[in-house]
Design a protein around this ligand. Structure first.
Ligand SMILES: Cc1ncc(COP(=O)(O)O)c(C=O)c1O
Length: 359
């Protein structure tokens, strides 16, 4: 066999591989996965029925244009169908946005730490990543992000609420930031956790998009709607951005099962948002419980909490795992813990309490 391997693009060197949340350990008496910000509720019966019915024809390709889903979304959000584009999860759409705007010599700005896919998809494109540190309070530093814009900037991600800190940027500061961004730079408002927001000062990206042609909103069915395993997300954007997304889409990327499940979920929105309400109550219980134990917890508007633990991150995550809950460690920085089933949250709170006492 020859030693020579096929030539690959130099940009791929050193790309960190996406680390999925660790699965819940098997074998133990209880094992809960709080490492991927998933929805702990099983699919609604009606959604299951739609998927089961769609499964009968998976020998056929799906509807390439996701016509029915796009029409439902168009009505639901009051936007033209031509301003909608679907993809394989919102991360798939985010990658298309980078691909459509940025290449070698260009720059993509995002806060750091933020969603770990941003560095990966930026590096794949060949563009330079410009990471702007969060403020000491773990919030996007929008002034510093605006200062980082150059004539090479093509795209800026604003993750609101931010993964993994759960922190938000509010209406006035976001509007002020958008006013500073040149009109030919795309701002992507990644609102994967939008439905979990209860703070009225956090703007709905869709309202901002209406007045600003360089704003694109990313949403997903993976979190509040509980369809993470089916891979469907979407963008709301003006032309020509939405058109560019249709051009860069992998043909037939969104399966018919995913399309039917998403449509059924939109029609069952009341029940799904009721579940989100319960998770928001649990979030409050977890945050208040942690604070009562003496932890500093940033205000979270997502379905997870962030504990900045520094060097204690890895031992803390190990203690959680031993007790039956798997959390997401970012070594040297902190842990992100999804708000899950009540029993799982109880276990996590108990571990946090014990750990705190031993400090
Ligand atoms: C901020 C953010 N954006 C996008 C995604 C991607 O979600 P999906 O590709 O499942 O829609 C995630 C997933 O964790 C996320 O945290």
């Amino acid at each position: 066999m020859s030693e020579t391997s096929p030539k690959l693009r130099a940009e791929l060197e050193g790309i960190p591989t996406y680390k999925p949340g660790k699965p819940a350990a098997g074998g133990g008496p209880v094992a809960y996965k709080l490492s991927s910000n998933e929805n702990p509720y099983p699919p609604l019966p009606g959604v299951m029925e739609s998927v089961t019915a769609a499964a009968a024809s998976f020998n056929r390709y799906p509807d390439l244009a996701c016509t029915l889903l796009i029409n439902e979304l168009s009505e639901r959000f009051g936007v033209p169908a031509s301003h909608l584009a679907t993809g394989t999860g919102s991360v798939g759409v985010a990658q298309q946005l980078v691909q459509a705007t940025s290449g070698p010599g260009d720059e993509v700005i995002y806060a750091w730490r933020s969603f770990e896919a941003y560095p990966i998809i930026t590096q794949i494109s060949g563009a330079k990543a410009v990471q702007v540190p969060l403020t000491p309070g773990d919030v996007h530093d929008l002034d510093a992000m605006a200062d980082a814009i150059t004539e090479r900037t093509r795209l800026i991600f604003v993750c609101n609420p931010n993964n993994p800190t759960g922190t938000v940027v509010k209406r006035a500061e976001l509007e002020r930031f958008l006013d500073r961004v040149p009109r030919d730079v795309l701002v992507v408002l990644d609102e994967a956790y939008r439905e979990f927001i209860r703070d009225p000062e956090v703007p709905d990206g869709v309202e901002l998009y209406r007045k600003r042609p360089n704003v694109c909103v990313l949403r997903t069915f993976s979190k509040a709607y509980g369809l993470a395993g089916l891979r469907v997300g979407f963008a709301i954007a003006h032309e020509p951005v939405a058109e560019a997304l249709r051009k860069t889409a992998v043909p037939f990327g969104v399966s018919q099962l995913a399309q039917e499940a998403a449509i059924a979920s939109l029609r069952a929105e009341d029940a799904l948002l009721g579940r989100v309400g319960s998770l928001v109550c649990e979030r409050l219980r977890v945050v208040e419980g942690l604070r009562a134990q003496g932890w500093t917890v940033p205000e979270t508007q997502a379905n997870f909490v962030w504990l900045r633990l520094g060097e204690l991150t890895v031992p803390f995550a190990a203690a959680c795992e031993q007790a039956g809950v798997v959390v997401r460690p970012f070594p040297g920085e902190g842990v992100r813990v999804t708000v899950g089933e009540n029993e799982a949250n109880d276990i996590f709170l108990k571990v946090a309490e014990g750990f705190r006492k031993d400090l």
